[in-house]
Design a protein around this ligand. Structure first.
Ligand code: NAD
Length: 299
């Protein structure tokens, strides 16, 4: 059993912290939101007055914050100055690669070990302890982090040095965004050509066009396994979060001078879908913008 400081107990962090408590860890929680803290208390966490109080004396610090600027300031002000030298620092937020590398460098300069460990899987996976963690950092940092991450996930994978977890996460989500858009426009074309969509699914899911976006997350209601498409695109992975990840991918591509035309097209399309009011809808709901039925539904 370890003493774990958990900072950021929102949609994702709330369930993750509860799973640490269930695994027998002593969890000191801090969030700016009273509501999040009340939920954490109900799940068996103790509540710290400040982030620094949670961090002092902890064996591990886990953060699950909205974006890079929050991670930078929480680590600079509350984590790095107050963490024990042998504590493992684990940032699970999805942030830009450059900030992840800078914060890890600052931690290392202070004699601390830090990893970036963003997740694949949404709120249900956070609650159910079935996230996939992609971890960037030293072998020693990975080994220490794995012990803390195990009860929150179904897989914990070492991606490489500091920042590699974030790099793997945004590369994966850029591929996901692009294949989802391609899947949506393919079904729209199949329909326009008079194909029965279930029949097209039966063919393409066993042919070379097959992808996860088609066979595990089909954007067409009633086709393939049950997905958010069968619930008017509610629940699932919000289009606003897909747009956030695509923007991070484009920022990283710019920095690395990589040519990513499909990722860039996906970013543009998700920005349009979010502008049209789709931000809270599952990201597969973009099919309604592509087949032109979105405006009709919005009245
Ligand atoms: P959220 O907004 O629900 O939670 C973030 C929490 O951080 C909030 O409770 C907020 O009050 C708290 N916070 C912000 N600044 C703080 C500070 N300075 N000190 C302490 N607490 C602070 O967001 P979420 O959906 O839980 O997502 C968290 C991260 O996980 C994001 O980076 C997101 O991209 C990533 N992610 C989310 C999902 C998802 O499905 N929601 C899936 C994968 C990854």
């Amino acid at each position: 059993m370890s003493k774990v400081a958990f900072i950021g107990l929102g949609n994702m962090g709330g369930g993750m912290a509860a799973n640490l408590v269930n695994a027998g860890h002593e969890v000191a929680a801090f969030d700016l939101s009273e509501e999040a803290l009340d939920r954490a208390k109900g799940n068996g966490c103790t509540i710290a007055k400040t982030a620094a109080d949670a961090v002092k004396g902890a064996d591990a610090v886990v953060t699950m914050l909205p974006a890079g600027k929050h991670v930078s300031s929480v680590y600079a002000e509350s984590v790095i100055p107050h963490a024990s030298k042998d504590a493992i620092l684990i940032d699970c937020s999805t942030i830009d690669v450059a900030t992840a590398r800078q914060v890890a460098k600052d931690a290392e300069a202070a004699g601390l070990t830090m990893v970036d460990a963003p997740v694949s899987g949404g709120i249900a996976a956070a609650d159910g302890g079935t996230l996939t963690f992609m971890v960037g950092g030293s072998a020693d940092g990975f080994a220490k982090a794995q012990l803390i991450l195990d009860p929150m996930g179904k897989a914990v994978i070492h991606a490489g040095d500091a920042g590699s977890g974030q790099a793997a996460k945004i590369c994966n989500n850029m591929l996901l965004g692009a294949t989802m858009v391609a899947t949506c426009e393919t079904f729209a074309l199949a329909e326009a050509l008079g194909l029965d969509l279930q029949t097209f699914y039966d063919i393409s899911s066993q042919a070379s066009g097959q992808s996860w976006s088609m066979t595990s997350y089909c954007p067409v209601p009633g086709v393939g396994p049950e997905t958010p498409a069968d619930h008017d695109y509610d629940g699932g992975f919000a289009a606003a979060l897909m747009l956030k990840d695509l923007r991070l991918a484009m920022q990283a591509a710019d920095n690395a001078e990589a040519y990513t035309p499909m990722g860039s097209a996906a970013e543009e399309l998700y920005a349009r879908f979010v502008d049209l009011g789709g931000e809270r809808k599952d990201f597969s709901g973009i099919i309604k913008m592509i087949d032109d039925s979105w405006d009709d539904d919005q009245g």
